[in-house]
Design a protein around this ligand. Structure first.
Ligand code: MOS
Length: 746
């Protein structure tokens, strides 16, 4: 496998260095949230609803309360400590946990039990007896569809309307009616779960009036602000620590009921409480992407130029609130149609609250749009890649701004060349190997970057012992962020990488947007870059002003840094170590602060292209992906090893969407069938082929000073469509509802 189009640097930015936490992970000494132990710690377990709609008529906690080791049992009959409203706190549910007796989804928590040991808590939880008043649920999106409506509010930040026509004076219907070629297809994606291996886990402890939460979080400051608001505390009375995170994929960007319940329970028993939710609970009450139905209509001229795109979306949403899925958001920014019309509606189903999943919106949105583009290409008898080239956008129609940088055409060329796209026979079903049908498919990936409202902060210190430390409240969620900030610190200060310490995952550290929305590298990386530059510049000023320094009197701008030293290239070379300089200056560390807010004069997006090959045996039509090439235009690559690994992971997630993932609700009770990895299938190693990852690797310093843009989401966008398009090429069957299981190809 390769990961480059240019030379991979051996050191500095881009170098494929190992993760800073790699040794801890492979030796088992890495500590995750659930590994935390505190003195006098107790353990909690949750009781969850086994019906999806109704009321708690009676809840009998007597046997649980009398069970060995039990310290407390809390239900909706207890006064919970919540303050204000869920909306004001930006809490994920429109109701605080245990706030009332009403049940609106299967898995909703109805009680929390605290005991001396986890086993005692779990046992006592099993003794809580609930008498339900069972109502008939709305179990599926299909059943809810007649009552679909346009939610109030906006799709996402920046505000994107749920109904829009672009440009405003366009007549999309007339454009469609007048088009030489028309496509009109409805696509469906099922209920997906984030499905990280690490379930929710939290350790809550109070000292005085201060709450400390060790929690699984992608964004500790967001987490802190929500928890503080829910408990009516000033933010500085809540500290959130998030050590290594064992996968998240969006569901740890917010605070869930179990964290609030652990904090409330710790307050009630006046001891620390650890709560590790079950695998099933992490499927049922920790977010998901709801099922989505998307109708795409395309109108084009005979040469494939798009006249119009209609994208109409309806998604299932929870009973107590509404959350439109932003599936249309990138549609405007992907192809050059003369007119665009998008609508988004929701329909209420008895499910829990949804939450951003992987590439929210664009994951499912791209399945529909990129499948429709493939259909159009076949209708036009045109190469699907050529159709995309003909509709390339040079400017972002949504923001009406130039892109900071865009190398999508180059990504197409690189991917097509590496994949061997030119060897693709045009006719579906014409490529065979023995009995097996072979198919090629491709898709475009576009992911717009949504700015963060708050400035990103970071600090870098260079210490008198010649080491450096970088401090920023990012988290390690498995993508290498700690290593990237260490690399950026090393490059900016000249302190060798193995002498850079990283402090992260703590609200006492400088605030960042966290690890979500593809912002970690572009935003935090840039704040670290600025902090490192400032620390070095301070040290340089000290040296050139110090008569005892070999660098005394030299122009500041000519001093370079590397190998733990400041130096000047003139002959004979003049240099001094940070250690000597800072020791002579009283042994104090120099501090650099990075304060970063991106400029907004350009649209910022990441781009990519996926090329995939499938193999299908017609007698047992299970789709195997046998080759995949992904090319990504994400600005500068900060670490080629981490980036390749992350891209492969994102592509594997797309394979999951395409071929196996789905949470299936029982059509009568609305319960999920098999909320666990036994039934919720994700690709395993045996399902994953050789994944070839290439990067355009051009610094985009217009987007961010560090030159990198985020990659966490664009890597998954379009994968499912590329696979579905390859399935069509192999079989002539257009599968419009995911996942593409064998029954759909029989
Ligand atoms: Mo992401 S879905 O913002 O982790």
């Amino acid at each position: 496998m390769t990961s480059r189009t240019t030379e991979v640097p051996k050191s500095g930015i881009g170098a494929p260095v190992d993760r800073v936490e790699a040794r801890d992970k492979v030796t088992g000494s890495a500590r995750y949230t659930a590994d935390a132990r505190l003195p006098r710690m107790t353990h909690a377990a949750l009781v969850a609803s086994t019906v999806s709609s109704g009321r708690v008529r009676r809840i009998d906690t007597a046997r649980a309360a009398a069970a060995p080791g039990v310290l407390a049992v809390l239900t909706h009959r207890d006064r919970m400590p919540w303050k204000g409203s869920p909306a004001d706190a930006q809490y994920v549910e429109n109701r605080f946990p245990l706030a009332d007796d009403r049940i609106t989804y299967y898995g909703q928590y109805l009680a929390v039990v605290v005991a001396e040991t986890p086993e005692q808590a779990e046992h006592a939880a099993s003794l809580v007896a609930i008498d339900y008043e069972v109502h008939r649920p709305v179990p599926t999106l299909d059943e809810a569809l007649p009552d679909a409506y346009t939610a109030t509010g906006r799709l996402i930040q920046p505000p994107f309307p749920q109904r829009a026509v672009l440009p405003q004076d366009a007549d999309p219907q007339a454009a469609l009616d007048g088009a030489a070629v028309r496509i009109d297809t409805t696509y469906r994606v099922p209920h997906y779960s984030h499905a990280p291996l690490e379930p929710g886990a939290v350790v809550a402890s109070w000292e005085g009036g201060t709450l400390t939460l060790r929690d699984c979080s992608q964004k500790v400051h967001v987490h802190r602000d929500v928890v503080a608001a829910v408990f009516g505390l000033p933010p500085d009375r809540v500290r959130v620590l998030s050590p290594l995170v064992g996968g998240a994929f969006g569901n740890k960007t917010t605070v869930w009921a179990h964290s609030l319940l652990a904090a409330a329970a710790a307050r009630a028993v006046r001891r620390p409480v650890k709560l590790v939710i079950t695998r099933k609970q992490s499927f049922t009450a920790m977010g998901h992407q709801p099922p989505i139905i998307q109708r795409i209509r395309l109108g084009a001229d005979a040469r494939g130029k798009l006249a119009v795109i209609f994208h109409d979306v309806v998604n299932a949403t929870e009973v107590r609130g509404d959350r439109p899925e932003p599936a249309v958001v990138s549609t405007a920014s992907t192809y050059a149609a003369q007119a665009l019309s998008v609508t988004t509606r929701v329909a209420k189903v008895n499910i829990g609250p949804s939450q951003n999943l992987r590439a929210p919106g664009d994951g499912p949105g791209s399945f529909a749009l990129e499948s429709a583009m493939d259909e159009l290409a076949y209708r036009l008898d045109m190469d699907p890649l050529e159709l995309r080239r003909r509709n390339h956008l040079d400017r972002d129609p949504l923001s009406r701004r130039e892109w900071s940088d865009k190398n999508l055409l180059e990504a197409y060329d690189l991917g097509a060349e590496r994949f061997g796209w030119s060897r693709r026979p045009a006719k579906p079903g014409s490529l065979r190997d023995g009995d097996d049908l072979i198919g090629y498919g491709m898709a475009t990936a576009v992911r717009g970057e949504l700015p963060d409202g708050k400035a990103t902060q970071a600090e870098v210190v260079i210490r008198a012992d010649g080491t450096a430390e970088v401090r920023a409240a990012i988290q390690e969620i498995g993508t290498g962020s700690l290593t990237l900030v260490a690399q950026i610190t090393a490059a900016g200060t000249g302190v060798p990488l193995d002498r850079v310490d990283v402090r992260a995952g703590d609200t006492r550290l400088p605030r960042t947007p966290g690890n979500g929305g593809s912002k970690a590298t572009g935003y935090t990386g840039s704040a670290v870059h600025l902090a490192a530059e400032q620390a070095r510049a301070t040290a340089v000023r000290m040296a050139v002003a110090d008569p005892e320094s070999p660098l005394y009197g030299l122009p500041q701008g000519e001093i370079e840094a590397g190998d733990g030293k400041l130096f000047h290239r003139e002959k004979p070379r003049r240099e001094e170590t940070y250690r000597d300089l800072l020791t002579r200056h009283g042994g104090k560390a120099v501090l650099g602060k990075g304060h970063y807010k991106p400029r907004t004069s350009h649209a910022v997006a990441t781009f990519g292209a996926h090329f995939t090959e499938v193999r299908i045996n017609p007698r047992l039509p299970r789709v195997r992906v046998t080759r995949h090439v992904g090319v990504f235009d994400i600005g500068r690559v900060t670490n080629h090893k981490a980036a390749r690994n992350q891209a492969q992971g994102g592509i594997v997630m797309g394979m999951g969407w395409a071929l196996m993932e789905q949470l299936v609700p029982d059509p009568v009770s609305g319960r999920y069938l098999g909320p666990a990895f036994t039934d919720y299938h994700i690709p395993v190693n045996a399902d994953v082929p050789d994944i070839d990852v290439l990067f355009v690797d051009k610094p985009d310093t217009v987007a961010h000073p560090h030159g990198s843009k985020g990659m966490g989401e664009v890597i998954s966008v379009g994968v499912a469509a590329a696979i579905a398009n390859a399935v069509y090429h192999a079989t002539g069957k257009r599968i419009t509802d995911l996942p593409i299981t064998p029954d759909k190809l029989m």
